[in-house]
Design a protein around this ligand. Structure first.
Ligand code: ADP
Length: 163
């Protein structure tokens, strides 16, 4: 049984994240999407809200569960028996940062936690949670970026509804 974790902020979850989750769910026996609860940051959605949103959009995927964590990913992975961390790569700009995190996790976990990178599907390569928030700040249309249910929650946060 290969258990993988997919850590991230997911603030909010986008079609890009969902694509990674769907593809990873076909490769591994069990995926846990882990919402990073970073007390030093002020996210748009609380960790509980992000967990709930992810649970809603993955409810049709039987081998996907959602959890939140704070602290070191390697500690969370050791606690839950996961040996693979999944990360998505959109562009070269992601690569340097992601490589450093992957190597740090491998080193700190004494080789126990490895990282598997999934290249973005080209239709989502431009998508990030930050871009979604930036578009929403100006009342723009985010319907091509996030599922409809998530779009409504984002619009509520920014108190607008796209016509
Ligand atoms: P972001 O704010 O950039 O979406 P997250 O921390 O929520 O950041 O992302 C979690 C993981 O998902 C990261 O490995 C990130 O590279 C990956 N990811 C985010 N968006 C996409 C996308 N459109 N395609 C592929 N991977 C993605």
């Amino acid at each position: 049984m290969i258990r993988a974790i997919y850590p991230g902020s997911f603030d909010p979850v986008t079609y890009g994240h969902l694509d990674v989750i769907k593809r990873a769910a076909k490769m591994f026996d069990e995926i846990t999407v882990c919402v990073l609860d970073n007390k030093a940051k002020t996210p748009l959605f609380s960790a509980d809200e992000r967990v709930k949103m992810l649970q809603d959009v993955t409810s049709d995927m039987p081998n996907v569960r959602v959890d939140s964590f704070s602290g070191l990913l390697i500690d969370y992975a050791a606690r839950t028996g996961a040996h693979v961390s999944i990360r998505g790569l959109r562009a070269v700009t992601d690569f340097e940062y992601e490589l450093q995190i992957a190597q740090t996790n491998k080193q700190l976990s004494h080789g126990s936690l490895d990282t598997v990178f999934l290249a973005t599907s080209h239709e989502y390569s431009y998508l990030s949670s930050s871009a979604v928030k930036e578009i929403a700040t100006f009342g723009g249309d985010i319907s091509e970026c996030v599922p409809d249910h998530i779009r409504k929650l984002v619009e509520e946060k920014y108190a607008y509804e796209h016509q």
